[in-house]
Design a binder for this molecule. Structure first.
Ligand code: NAD
Ligand code: IPM
Ligand code: MN
Length: 360
């Protein structure tokens, strides 16, 4: 039995509620599939910052590097400036560990109330470039105290950075419906975008079975709301992918549903699995948080670690708990975080029993 060491950072706000919920599910799955998942817990985040003046210890990244995967809740607290919480933990992990792909599935789930009830099933994969673009550190500053105060931040696209995201997205599209939509803003306004377009186009030419459509992001946002079922794989820059992924999850019902995998596809460093949502201080501590995004991120982690059957089992279980109408309030259900988690655990056992019957 291969052991996997997983670094767990619950972080802040509802991270402290949804991470324990997902770990309970992962532990049950591990037991039933004889997986050896070793969880190591790190109390890093905003409370740690208030005690130590940093989000994680000086050697935090070295500690994380020893693990096979990182399982994160969310960071961000009203008591700590976001620049500290994000540049002090999440962004260094994504960059230092070359997690240049942020994969964010958007999928219709039965039993979920959506304000934009879709006529047809939605099944989209957003591939977000995760290391560069608008989130650059070059020029990032505000010139204050002058008559004309100014804030500047350069957008940086490199050929290598854009092309590896495009390769990843095109390979995915090729294994699915063969449609790749690139989010752009190249109508003469954003000067870096024609470069993005050119690199994506040249890269996708290497995938003859993939049709590339370049769509202006404002129109694509409308497309995502009006006809999401016509989209397959979307490739987008860091900021555009960030915005489209909150939009996509909400189209399917709630931001609380969406998972993500921050991948280092080369396998040199651990990848990080976290929900798309943040620490939601407005609902923290009330038992209202939807743990699906975190549990689904756990299923993506199992897949990444080489356990597709265990991942599928967990996926079936949370989908079935939703289908039974047992979701949390944000998706129109009656459950608290704990009640929904109990429903997922029960469904895990039911699918296990059904498998045992099939095997006889
Ligand atoms: P948010 O995603 O935390 O919340 C947005 C809205 O969605 C809120 O009304 C919240 O109650 C709701 N929501 C989010 N997750 C939910 C869930 N699981 N179940 C039910 N409802 C849910 O975004 P925000 O309010 O803009 O940010 C709050 C903090 O989180 C900020 O400090 C921000 O920087 C941080 N943040 C962190 C991450 C991360 O660590 N990956 C991601 C996004 C935001
Ligand atoms: C996300 C978050 C982060 C991002 C923030 C908190 C820096 O919104 O993971 O989607 O923009 O990448
Ligand atoms: Mn986001």
């Amino acid at each position: 039995m291969t052991a996997h060491s997983i670094a767990v950072i619950a972080g802040d706000g509802i991270g402290k509620e949804v991470v324990p919920a997902a770990i309970e599910c992962l532990e049950r799955i591990a037991e039933l599939h004889s997986l050896d998942l070793e969880f190591t817990y790190f109390d890093w985040g905003s409370d740690y910052y208030l005690r130590h003046g940093r989000m994680m210890p000086v050697d935090g990244l070295e500690q994380l590097a020893r693990h096979d995967a990182i399982f994160l809740g969310a960071v961000g607290s009203p008591e700590v400036p976001d620049t500290e919480s994000l540049w002090g933990l999440l962004i260094p992990i994504r960059r230092e560990f070359q997690q240049y792909i942020n994969l964010r599935p958007v999928k219709t789930l039965d039993g979920v109330r959506s304000p934009l009830a879709s006529k047809e099933p939605i099944d989209i994969l957003i591939v977000r470039e995760n290391n560069e673009g608008e989130y650059s550190e070059v020029g990032g500053r505000a010139y204050r105290g002058q008559p004309h105060e100014t804030a500047v931040q350069e957008t940086i696209f490199t050929r290598q950075g854009v092309s590896r995201a495009a390769h990843f997205a095109a390979a995915l599209a090729s294994s699915r419906r063969g449609l790749l939509t690139s989010a752009t803003k190249s109508n003469g306004i954003i000067h870096t975008m024609p470069f993005w377009d050119e690199v994506v186009e040249v890269t996708v030419r290497l995938y003859p079975d993939v049709t590339l459509v370049s769509e202006l992001v404002d129109a694509l946002a409308a497309h995502l709301v009006l006809k999401p079922w016509t989209l397959d794989v979307i490739v987008a820059s860091n900021l555009l992918g960030d915005i489209l992924s909150d939009l996509g999850s909400s189209v399917t019902g709630s931001i609380g549903l969406a998972p993500s995998a921050n991948l280092n596809p080369d396998g040199d460093f651990p990848s990080l699995f976290e929900p798309v949502h943040g620490s939601a201080p407005d609902i923290a501590g009330k038992g209202l948080a939807n743990p699906v995004g975190q549990i689904w991120s756990g299923a993506m982690m199992l897949q990444h670690l080489g356990h597709p059957e265990a991942a599928e089992h967990l996926q079936l279980a949370f989908e079935s708990a939703l289908r039974e109408g047992l979701g949390t309030r944000d998706v129109g259900g009656p459950s608290s975080t704990a009640e929904f988690t109990a429903a997922v655990l029960a469904a895990i056992d039911v699918y296990h029993a059904l498998d045992a019957i099939d095997a006889r």
